[in-house]
Design a protein around this ligand. Structure first.
Ligand code: AMP
Length: 396
């Protein structure tokens, strides 16, 4: 089976053509600068192909056409006709409370995704553009929506409700939804397979440019650090994480800014980028800066590690213990120093890192000491595989 996985942003579109059983990736790539000019980067690993092409992409429809063209290209492609693509799986960021799982796309599903736009105004419109472009160009191919929020729908009300007047929840659905759900679900499944059992208390740290933690018991999400939007929780590359709401009011009043302008500051100029005095949102740059004595870079790293550590402690308390701690995503998989900084001081919880084993990047491996009560894993995430598997299942 060949499943095309699409992750559409407002001006970009990532794709992977893959086998949902083996996880083999036939081809993958990225369309950038949609609506501006258009550039396609395409790779077919088995053929040792890497192509970069400037292709006009006024809308997502031209981007999808360019993707299909290159996938069917006799030299650089991996299929001979569009009929070889069995189904398309789309990453959709916000599924509100409606979707606790993935959904075969029909008019009712699309209506429900559109109804979630007020909850996910930054992401859902772009995801819809990707879906609509595929429907137009591949009308006979089944399409499936896989939601970032769906995995978190098992949270109990005490975890997902905000302590704001009830009517905002009842009328508008203002609550914690959580994101990176497809990644957290992949990790929960991998932990079950690797540990050989499900009844485990797990904290998964998805640490990348965007970061979130999930408290997992029995494979199900009990709590997660992102909320109504991906803005809250731990500080991120450019997002602020948890912050006193009064900060918004202060910036708006004292700098004469609108709420939207303040939100842009909190989404795009904060996090470790803001803390480092604008040096970088990339942890590699921050580590390099700190090593050269830049105190702001050091503070950004310290703050990030401190907040992640606090969430681990909070979730261990929420779960009533901790059996497995997982690091995943860009920083989690590669950040040797950051993993060490986070684990330092968690010995009281039973976390004992093996400093030598921790010196790895990108492999799936235990990094805790043999006598650590908590098993600490690095597990590379694979959201695309989850999307492909859900898509294959629903398109059957
Ligand atoms: P992601 O959003 O999951 O793709 O993660 C991207 C982030 O991973 C980048 O912003 C980097 O800060 C981080 N990253 C990648 N490689 C390393 C590394 N070797 N050490 C520390 N951080 C890294």
């Amino acid at each position: 089976m060949k499943i095309l996985v699409i992750n559409a942003g407002s001006s970009s579109l990532k794709y992977q053509l893959m086998d949902p059983q083996s996880g083999d990736v036939f081809a993958k790539g990225l369309c950038e600068r949609i609506g501006i000019d258009g550039r396609l980067t395409h790779k077919a690993p088995a053929k040792d192909v890497k192509v970069v092409r400037e292709i006009p992409m006024p809308t997502h429809a031209e981007a999808i056409t360019a993707v299909l063209d290159i996938l069917m290209d006799p030299v650089n492609g991996v299929v001979s006709s569009v009929d070889e693509i069995d189904a398309v799986g789309h990453r959709v960021v916000h599924g509100g409370s409606k979707f606790a799982g993935s959904c075969l796309i029909d008019e009712a599903c699309l209506e429900a995704v559109r109804a979630c736009i007020p909850l996910g105004p930054l992401h859902n419109p772009a995801n819809l553009l990707g879906i609509e472009a595929c429907q137009k160009i591949m009308p006979k191919t089944p399409q499936v929506a896989v939601f970032d929020t769906a995995y978190h729908m098992t949270m109990p009300p005490k975890a997902y409700r905000y302590a704001i007047p009830d009517e905002y929840y009842e009328n508008d659905g203002l609550r914690r939804y959580g994101f990176h759900g497809t990644s957290h679900r992949y990790i929960a499944k991998r932990v079950e397979a690797l540990m050989g059992r499900k009844d485990l208390k797990v904290v998964n740290c998805h640490l990348g440019n965007g970061s979130s933690l999930a408290a997992i018991y029995n494979g199900e999400c009990q709590d997660t650090s992102m909320g109504l939007s991906p803005l809250c929780g731990v500080p991120m590359g450019t997002r602020v994480g948890d912050v006193d709401a009064t900060v918004l009011q202060f910036i708006a009043k004292n700098y004469n800014k609108s709420i939207d302008e303040v939100m842009t500051i909190l989404n795009k100029k904060s996090g470790v980028l803001g803390l480092s005095g604008g040096v970088s949102s990339d942890f590699r740059d921050l580590e390099a800066g700190a090593a050269e004595g830049n105190e702001k870079c050091q503070l950004a790293l310290d703050k990030f590690a401190y907040e992640v550590k606090k969430f681990i402690g909070a979730y261990a308390a929420a779960l009533g213990g901790l059996d497995v701690l997982v690091f995943t995503a860009g920083v989690g998989e590669n950040g040797v120093l950051m993993r060490q900084m986070i684990c330092e001081g968690l010995e009281f919880l039973g976390v004992k890192l093996d400093v030598e084993k921790n010196k790895l990047r990108g492999d799936e491996r235990i990094i805790s000491a043999a006598d650590s009560k908590v098993t600490v894993w690095v597990i590379p995430t694979n959201e695309e595989l989850m999307i492909a598997q859900d898509t294959a299942e629903l398109a059957k």
